[in-house]
Design a protein around this ligand. Structure first.
Ligand code: MTE
Ligand code: MO
Length: 207
């Protein structure tokens, strides 16, 4: 089960704490942290262990959702978040910490994709309409530094975390999504904003 990471510290290879501030990061997605290689590797190894623990059976929430989706949550419910309250915080290897509002995201170029959503547990929803800002565009917008290698995402439910390499994050089919199934992302699906990582299993699409 994923758990709140709280003030957990992660040690880099040289023993230097990488810590929440250095690795942090997308609020609502939550927060996105941008990290250099060496410290982040041991941290990533822990993430790999966590992934299988996170969604071993898919039984965390088998509530049928819209359009054939199952609604998954590792927490008891879905903390409310309005468009007005939503914030995407980006910290780490950026020029300085940046906080984006829903309107800030909507003001960036929007990308539409129609692609499948596939959970590792077997269910699949075909031809889902997505809209959002390419994560690559968000990274450029906030001035992610050239040497940054990894992203760490924290959900605003306080419990779910995910990670991508910078190369994965910069693919054109990875969206900070504000619409799915042709309408605004609903609360159960992580609205007002969730990640959609088209080329990877659903667990990467942090809500
Ligand atoms: N915050 C959060 N994001 C999450 C999850 C979760 O439990 N909590 N589950 C993941 C998994 S395993 C899948 S398959 C998808 C399911 O998306 P849905 O709940 O919108 O159908 O969300 C992913 N993102
Ligand atoms: Mo999943």
């Amino acid at each position: 089960m994923a758990r709140a990471r709280g003030d957990e510290q992660v040690e880099g290879r040289d023993g230097t704490p990488v810590g929440r501030r250095a690795v942090l990061g997308l609020l609502g997605l939550g927060a996105v942290g941008i990290a250099f290689g060496s410290g982040a590797e041991s941290w990533l190894a822990k993430q790999v262990g966590k992934v299988s623990a996170k969604d071993p059976t898919g039984l965390t929430g088998l509530v049928p959702g819209g359009g054939g989706f199952r609604i998954y949550t590792v927490t008891a419910g879905y903390p409310p978040k309005s468009r007005e309250d939503y914030r995407l915080k980006v910290t780490g290897l950026v020029d300085g910490p940046v906080t984006l509002t829903y309107d800030d995201l909507m003001a960036l170029p929007q990308t539409q994709l129609t692609k499948d959503f596939q959970c590792v547990t077997g269910w699949r929803v075909e031809d889902v309409e997505w809209q959002g800002v390419k994560l690559a565009d968000v990274l450029d917008h906030v001035g992610a530094k050239a040497g940054a290698k990894y992203l760490h995402f924290t959900s605003f439910d306080g419990a779910y975390t995910e990670s991508l390499t910078m190369d994965q994050a910069r693919r054109p089919d990875v969206l900070v999504a504000n619409h799915m199934l042709g309408k605004p992302v609903t609360r159960e699906h992580g609205g007002p904003v969730r990640l959609y990582v088209a080329p990877m299993y659903g667990y990467k699409s942090i809500k």
